[in-house]
Design a protein around this ligand. Structure first.
Ligand code: COA
Ligand code: NAP
Length: 278
């Protein structure tokens, strides 16, 4: 894999990383990247079996792992997950807010509860995690990485709920960078483009749509989860010690030409797959 061996495998030895939504996809890729560099890992999500599978894999990389089911919308559950992490591996040094929900839906057909559900998971859930990790991050002078999306910055059709939620997360990131900087806590975000073999990608496109996306990405390929992991380890590393309040696009240049390509695909995909196939 490109990037292997660039950082010493002890870079995060003795550090602890908590990843919300860490049981699958991009977030599990991020957890894996930290584990490969020596970190201990805590993950949460709603499905214990999924977390247990991920924990087994991360443990195989040498990490001590805490995997506790918690819904980011439920502060009590998140409090318990952070407590379990602290008791087992110690105060966390890095929080990754990656839990999210997405589906394609025309705004005029999206129910108020559908809109609110995505706002709750992405935005309210990110606040809950950051707020409830605050005391641990103060003690460790740690950092937070929020996982957002191009929809936070560029309007995309059928993504009103996601755009609003992720834009909120971007602003939350900047506010916390401002307020928590004096505690030594850095806050940044990663904006992944389209990432291969992920739930998020399958929720917005079929095979034909994915092929058509490629022509619109300057690097002419989608990203892979490892590349988002690399960005996260960089942002949490001492190499980024003076970087806070920043959004890092990891998208092969996808955001540069705008969202026209996405919108045309979305109309076709929704016509063939009502409710985005989900
Ligand atoms: N199109 C339109 N509306 C949808 C929808 C779809 N594909 N899927 C769910 N909704 C609506 C529901 O109809 C419901 O609204 P209603 O009560 O007015 O009918 C509302 O969203 C909540 O749905 P529910 O299934 O109860 O929510 P949940 O909390 O169990 O699940 C989701 C959250 C909907 C985001 C679900 O897709 C999920 O769990 N996603 C996580 C994985 C994911 O999205 N990965 C990609 C990350 S980019
Ligand atoms: P994914 O595998 O579905 O990841 C989402 C994770 O969040 C799942 O493990 C899910 O587990 C968890 N989750 C969902 N709702 C939750 C809740 N209420 N509380 C706790 N955990 C919850 O999807 P992905 O595509 O890898 O997406 C990961 C992140 O990357 C998201 O933030 C997404 O917005 C972002 N992103 C993805 C892409 C892409 O191309 N895929 C592009 C840009 C940004 P449970 O269902 O078990 O809870």
């Amino acid at each position: 894999m490109v990037g292997d061996g660039v950082f010493p495998t002890t870079l995060f030895a003795g550090k602890r990383v908590f990843v919300t939504g860490g049981g699958s996809g991009i977030n599990l890729g991020i957890a894996r990247a930290f584990a490969r560099l020596g970190a201990d890992i805590a993950i949460c999500g709603r499905t214990q079996e999924r977390l247990d599978r991920a924990a087994q894999e991360l443990g195989g990389l040498g990490a001590r792992v805490v995997a506790k089911a918690a819904d980011v919308r439920q502060p009590d559950e998140m409090q318990a997950a952070f407590e379990a992490a602290r008791e087992t591996i110690g105060d966390i040094d890095v929080l990754v807010c990656g839990a999210a929900g997405n589906f394609l839906a025309p705004a005029d057909q999206l129910s108020p509860n559908g809109f609110r559900t995505v706002m709750d998971i992405d935005l309210y859930g990110s606040f809950n995690a950051a707020r409830l990790a605050f005391d641990q991050l103060v003690r460790s002078r740690g950092s937070i990485i929020f996982i957002t999306a191009p929809m936070a910055h560029v309007a995309h059709a059928y993504q009103a709920h996601v755009g609003a939620a992720k834009a909120g997360v971007e602003m939350l990131m900047k506010n916390l960078a401002l307020e928590w900087g004096p505690y030594g806590i850095r806050c940044n975000s990663i904006i992944p483009g389209l990432v291969e073999d992920t739930e998020g990608l399958h929720r917005i496109s079929d095979e034909a749509g994915r092929q058509s996306f490629l022509d619109h990405i300057p690097l002419r390929r989608m990203g892979v989860v490892e590349e988002i992991g690399h960005a996260a380890t960089f942002l949490a590393s001492p190499l980024a010690s003076y970087i806070t309040g920043t959004s890092l696009w990891v998208d092969g240049g996808q955001g540069l030409p705008g969202s026209g390509f996405f919108n045309r695909n979305g109309a076709d995909f929704l016509a063939a797959n009502p409710r985005g196939g989900r």
